[in-house]
Design a protein around this ligand. Structure first.
Ligand SMILES: NC(=O)c1ccc[n+]([C@@H]2O[C@H](COP(=O)([O-])OP(=O)(O)OC[C@H]3O[C@@H](n4cnc5c(N)ncnc54)[C@H](O)[C@@H]3O)[C@@H](O)[C@H]2O)c1
Ligand SMILES: O=C(O)CC[C@@H](O)C(=O)O
Length: 633
């Protein structure tokens, strides 16, 4: 770890809602009032008083005495309180425990909270009792808490100021806290800087006074170039989410401490180029095209999350050669597409797309003409991947005979029969359903020639990708009555938002069911996707794990007590040897290492000893053919 060049300024750190995520007195009230019929109400009153005191709305003295009067706590409640608070130390402080242990002599915890619970919590971070300046409780003979020692300066309004005057620290003093009384230390001229600490609570009135705002302790260490556990504060990682993935996605990224920006619809190339600068993680669905030009403008991008199955909208090779890992949700909406397809097969077989609008217009058209049962009919599944294969099983269960065709060799499920060519399938099937992927070579996969191969009156379903079907040819086959109907969920051009109109030659044609790309749009699928993709991306950012990445070599290395280095390079001979030569030349011990390559890039995770200096990092960045280098922790 690099040592700070200057002596560390004195750090005055608040305890409640800064060192810990919570207010000690609120927690004490919860413990003391357990089982009390008005527990919720009283704890609520105590929380409100805490808040009013911290934001400077009422004097501290008033807030404290009113809270103590409501508390009803006893000495025996203090031990469980300490245990609870130890588990609620702020995440970023816990993460940087080594820093506290290393610089404990320069750190004071100055709090209007109480020594009885603060001292044992901060002792775990090597902060001595003499460096804890806080109130003390008073007790009656039975051990009930009766109030606080009035002789303690911290029990009075302006107490922190007086406490700092008494401390009389020499040199620079920085104050970190979430309350107005913390700011007042700086206002009184007793500190050089006031940092509003917002990891747990952000009070606008306090933030407005701050010299700097700290969403985490990592940010403080980063700004001061002090030793830190992470190589980069998470609050500096910008996430841009487009196309409205389930709210859980933004929630998970925010919980991790990232800055999240959301845009409801898709963005076109120029719009995305204008927004992508500084973004580290981009989240999209099927609409947004991540082109080579977008990637060129993406100066900080490390990962793209496709909140869907398809990734044909992303220039994968360019992303790879720029060191941008892409993740998707390969089976989170599979079942939803299968269910929609099965429903469509029945709906088309009964000509519902014609009958339903007539009913809404008051027309009663009862007839069996052109309607059939699906039992015993031949379903031709083109693309026997995740969706195709699952559909195969479900379709057999309702009595369809399944034929399938796939370019790859696939496990034949149930009684499904493999076709050796697309034509073989098209000529036999009563219903053809497309589940191939959107690779560019599949453009126009079903055109006039293929449609002509299909049986007269057969049905076609496209829930795969819009460009795989030649839409004018399909419209022609439907108009001529060669096909009995079609269901189409995906289109070569799809509106960017729900405010844009939909144009297609298929509109108004008989027995054609059109849906707005909703194959995967179910509550279950969207929730699954919104958890799956952020989890993969966060695992990649935090540990380098690329399992399930669609364009990176897949590596997972167990985490260990070490520094982890991530190296992405062009796949040419000798790069690993050069990395290891650099490490050897700097006497750095390798604890674990894994290299995997694909056609374009090599990806190496190296775990090294705790000790290294910045020269090694510089030298590793300089290794020839490096695309990207990151120190993870
Ligand atoms: N409508 C929707 O909302 C929706 C939802 C999810 C997925 N999708 C799309 O559905 C499609 C299938 O998804 P999946 O998860 O099953 O994908 P998958 O990758 O598991 O399966 C695709 C299969 O198609 C085969 N294939 C590719 N090109 C082929 C060709 N020319 N001829 C024959 N077989 C070919 C592949 O070998 C593979 O087995 C994808 O295009 C995906 O984007 C659409
Ligand atoms: O919901 C989407 O935008 C895309 C759904 C689907 O096409 C997919 O690829 O998963």
């Amino acid at each position: 770890m690099p040592e700070p060049k200057q002596p560390l300024p004195y750090l005055i750190i608040d305890f409640d809602s800064t060192f810990t995520q919570v207010e000690g007195l609120d927690e004490l009230a919860e413990i003391a009032l357990q089982g009390h019929p008005q527990q919720e109400d009283i704890v609520g009153q105590i929380r409100a008083l805490t808040d009013r005191g911290m934001s400077g709305e009422i004097g501290f003295q008033e807030s404290l005495s009113q809270r103590l009067a409501l508390l009803g706590a006893h000495r025996r409640h203090l031990a469980p309180l300490v245990e609870r608070l130890k588990g609620k130390v702020s995440e970023s402080i816990r993460r940087n425990a080594d820093f506290f242990r290393q610089f404990a002599g320069r750190i004071y915890v100055v709090s209007s909270g109480f020594r009885e619970f603060i001292e044992p919590v901060v002792a775990d971070y090597s902060i001595d009792a003499e460096h804890v300046l806080a109130n003390t409780f008073t007790f009656d003979e039975q051990g009930n808490i009766t109030g606080c020692d009035p002789g303690n300066v911290l029990s009075q309004d302006g107490g922190k100021i007086r406490q700092l005057q008494q401390l009389d620290l020499e040199g620079d003093v920085y104050v970190l806290g979430d309350g107005y009384t913390d700011y007042q230390i700086r206002e009184a001229g007793l500190a050089n800087r006031f940092y509003a600490y917002t990891e747990n609570v952000a009070r606008p009135r306090v933030v407005a006074q701050a010299d700097s705002v700290l969403p985490s302790f990592d940010e403080f260490l980063y700004q001061l170039k002090l030793p830190m556990t992470l190589s980069y504060p998470k609050n500096r990682i910008k996430v841009l989410l487009l196309e409205n993935p389930d709210a859980r996605a933004a929630e998970l990224f925010r919980q991790e401490g990232y800055q999240v920006e959301e845009v409801r619809g898709g963005l076109d190339e120029e719009e995305l180029i204008a927004r992508i600068e500084g973004v580290s993680i981009l989240g999209i669905r099927s609409k947004t095209q991540v082109t080579p030009r977008v990637l060129e403008a993406a100066n900080r991008l490390i990962a793209i999350g496709a909140f869907c199955i398809g990734t044909n909208q992303i220039a994968l090779p360019e992303a790879m050669s720029r060191g941008v890992a892409v993740f998707n949700a390969p089976f989170s909406n599979t079942r939803s597409v299968v269910e929609l397809t099965l429903g469509e097969i029945i709906v088309l077989a009964r000509r519902i797309p014609e009958k339903n609008p007539k009913m809404h217009q008051g027309e009663w058209d009862k007839s069996a003409s052109g309607s059939f049962e699906i039992r015993g009919k031949k379903l031709g599944i083109v693309g026997y991947g995740n969706i195709g294969a699952q559909l195969s099983v479900v379709a057999e269960a309702v009595g369809l005979q399944v034929l399938y065709y796939d370019v790859a060799e696939k496990l034949q499920l149930g009684n499904a029969v493999k076709c050796r060519s697309l034509d073989e399938l098209l000529q036999q099937a009563d219903i053809v359903t497309l589940h191939i992927d959107g690779r560019p070579e599949n453009t126009g996969f079903i055109g006039a020639r293929e449609l002509a191969q299909m049986k007269p009156g057969a049905l076609l379903i496209n829930n795969a990708r819009g460009h795989v079907v030649d839409v004018p040819a399909l419209a022609d086959a439907l108009r001529r009555g060669h096909l009995g109907g079609a269901a189409v969920d995906v289109f070569p051009y799809e509106p960017k938002t729900n405010d844009e109109g939909f144009e297609s030659e298929l509109r108004g044609l008989p027995n054609v069911l059109l849906t707005p790309h909703i194959g995967g749009s179910t509550a279950e699928a969207q929730r699954n996707i919104a958890e799956f993709v952020p989890e993969r991306i966060m695992a990649y950012v935090n540990t380098g794990n690329t399992q399930q990445s669609v364009n990176f070599p897949n590596i997972q290395l167990p985490s260990q007590q070490a520094h982890r280095l991530i190296h992405i390079h062009t796949n040419v001979p000798g790069v690993l040897a050069n990395i290891n030569n650099v490490l050897a030349a700097h006497h750095v011990n390798i604890l674990g290492q894994y290299l995997k390559t694909n056609e374009l890039i090599g990806y190496v995770i190296t775990d090294i000893d705790k000790e290294y200096d910045q020269e090694v990092i510089k030298a590793l960045r300089g290794v020839e053919h490096t695309i990207r280098f990151r120190v993870l922790y």
